[in-house]
Design a protein around this ligand. Structure first.
Ligand SMILES: [Fe+2]
Length: 302
């Protein structure tokens, strides 16, 4: 927050929205232009605009303070209720979009989410990431290309997903083998990769805290449609962190954290039954953009 001033010109900042906000901004001028000064001014201005619009009563103001206090009490090292709050308001997703905008034709980036692990063993192409073989078998075939269409050979593909009950391995270490449904692969000379897995199930974010109660009062859900997470990295490319979502999941249009984008929706195609179990196939295309592209923010939303 104390970094170089990178905000809009001071004249471009809209007029203060209340007498108090105006006086707050005037007092801030003593500290000189900085990122922190601009953030403080814009935050106070935005809050005052909200108050002018909503005209909260004293009781409503106290309820808001109580809610924020409770969010703080719920947050600890294992349960980050503040992050959950930012996620369900679309704030985390918007910040991710702003910082990792991708040019047209490149696979969109998304939030990594809380379940990524970097210490997963490498696996050979074709291996199964299902270490307990529970669930409906899924064969994943993918291709990684550069924006100009050339194959991205030898890139690292990290994959992680929930199981057929919608639970990640590190959420229930006593029930699932370590590294279950996680793998690290390298693309071949044609930029291709393939592995075996099981079809993931969607899941619901924690609903027992203040954020869950707020969402329930608003009539909004906490569902995340079924998906597989990917992180694809290689020399000369921006690292791509993304999800692939199951088009047939009923929650596809109401992802609680706003991660679904049209390019990230795929068909988990039923294939022939195998010993009574339904089996599925998933074909994927990822397009990486050259490294340094995020320094040149000439595309994407402002
Ligand atoms: Fe996930």
């Amino acid at each position: 927050m104390h970094g170089k001033y990178e905000g809009p010109e001071r004249e471009q900042i809209p007029r203060a929205t209340s007498m108090q906000a105006e006086e707050f901004a005037r007092r801030l001028t003593a500290m000189g232009p900085s990122r922190l000064e601009m953030a403080a001014r814009a935050t106070v201005d935005g809050l005052h605009a909200l108050i002018a619009e909503l005209r909260p009563t004293g009781d409503e103001f106290r309820s808001a303070i109580d809610f924020l206090t409770e969010v703080g009490h719920y947050a600890d090292a294992r349960r980050q209720e503040w992050v959950l709050f930012a996620d369900v308001l679309g704030v985390s997703s918007l910040i991710e979009d702003q910082n990792n905008a991708r040019p047209a034709g490149a696979t969109p980036n998304t939030l990594a989410g809380p379940f990524y692990r970097s210490d997963v063993p490498d696996l050979p192409l074709g291996a199964s990431i299902s270490r307990d073989q529970k669930g409906e078998p899924l064969a994943v075939d993918g291709r990684v290309r550069a924006l100009d269409g050339t194959p991205a050979a030898g890139v690292l593909i990290e994959v992680w997903q929930a199981n057929a009950e919608g639970i990640y391995e590190n959420q229930e270490p006593d029930r699932q083998p370590e590294f279950n449904l996680r793998g690290r692969f390298r693309s071949d000379a044609q930029g291709r990769f393939h592995f075996l897995s099981v079809r993931p199930k969607g899941y619901t974010l924690p609903s027992d805290g203040p954020v869950g109660r707020l969402m329930s009062a608003l009539g909004l859900g906490l569902e995340r449609p079924a998906h597989i997470h990917f992180r694809i990295s290689g020399e000369g490319f921006e690292t791509l962190t993304t999800h692939i979502f199951d088009r047939s999941d009923p929650a596809i249009g109401r992802d609680a954290i706003f991660g679904v984008k049209p390019e990230l929706i795929a068909d988990f195609r039923p294939t022939s039954a195998n010993g009574g179990k339904r089996t599925y196939a998933l074909d994927l295309d990822f397009v990486l953009c050259p490294s340094g592209v995020n320094q040149n923010k000439t595309f994407g939303r402002k």
